[in-house]
Design a protein around this ligand. Sequence first.
Ligand code: ZN
Length: 454
Amino acid sequence: MGVSITFLGGAGTVTGSKYLVKHEDHKLLVDCGLFQGYKQLRLRNWSPLSVAPNHITALLLTHAHLDHSGYLPLLVKEGFAGPIFATPATRDLCRILLPDSGHIQEEDADFANRHKFSKHSPALPLYTRQDALDALPLIKAVDFGKTFSPLPGWKATFSPAGHILGAASILLEVAGRRILFSGDLGRPDDLLMSPPADAPAADTVLIESTYGDRIHPVENILLELAPALQRVAKRGGVAVVPVFAVGRAQALLHAIHLLKLKGELPSSLPVFLDSPMAVHTTHLFEHHPGEHRLSKQDTQALTHCATMIQSTDESRALAARHGPMVILSASGMATGGRVLHHLAHYAGDHRNMIILTGYQAPGTRGDTLASGHKTVRIHGRDVEVNAEVVQLQSASAHADANQLLAWLRTLPQAPDQVYIVHGEAGPADTLRARIHRELGWRAQVPEQGSTWPT
Ligand SMILES: [Zn+2]
């Protein structure tokens, strides 16, 4: 019996990453993400996995973003008790992100019950903050480059993927097969993160394809951000910036800091980081200096260039302030979190601005805003959008199509096959065709739930 992979998520969509590797009696899961975006995708979080959680023997995480780690609390609640291996920064980030995810789900369920807009009564959280806290002790940290044994006879090695703090590609070796999971790959020219490491030799490669059909413009984030913030500051407006608490929040803070230093933004322009998670993450940059490009001074400046908002009272008080000001708040695709209150409050005024900072998955509010819709549904009501919407093209934490191919070219020799994952149907298929045409390798886009040999 060979080694097989079942695609339990992250197949034909960017979210829900879950890849089950089976050999003999052992089942190992790589990533354990939440589905996000369209309702039919989110509903998948509620249907049981095709494998019983207590039959999974070990778990490896590429990184801490919720579409890779956010299902973990539920997996543990439903019986998974094996070890979870991750890099030290991923473990630290999970300690911030997962309890918060549980908390948001409890809040959303509460809110739906109070305002009775849920079709289920009572609305229940997928999992709670406590469920997330219960899962955390299973996470064991392993450094980049150190080969370890997640299961008897299996070997695994993390290498830097350059996407966010702690983000790894994973080489898994079992029964003579080498399977390489790219994880989310960063861009080599990122403002914040060091570039991804070259790919090691592998027989089977799973590569992400978020931007499989796109080339990032050469534009840099400072050149894009400066005119937008100058415009909104001049008209006394408020810029609401939905940010991923991990990664983009810090990139934006760093960019604003540099623009103020260069005199391109008034140093008096008030900036608020309204996300306790993003505040905590910003401090983690000090603990993991080897993974990013920031100097010690830059890292310190990150924590000083904005007013850090912690409590919900402070967050609410922001609504009483007038512009000009900049509010960075999670979540990055406006799927939940405090940014929803700011959007509901500020989107109606044409002097204001909404700045979208990275990939907006189809079906998310961020995607609705990016497509120019004049209303967006928040907490059960339609909010008018008169504010200027700006989408930064340069703020993505993902490699573009050329950079994905360049990473594949670093493999010392051609793999037997490539599976294209973590992308919508269009980008995934475009990347498949390019891999076939330009590298001459066998590549396919697996369907959700399908099982393939390695
Ligand atoms: Zn990610």
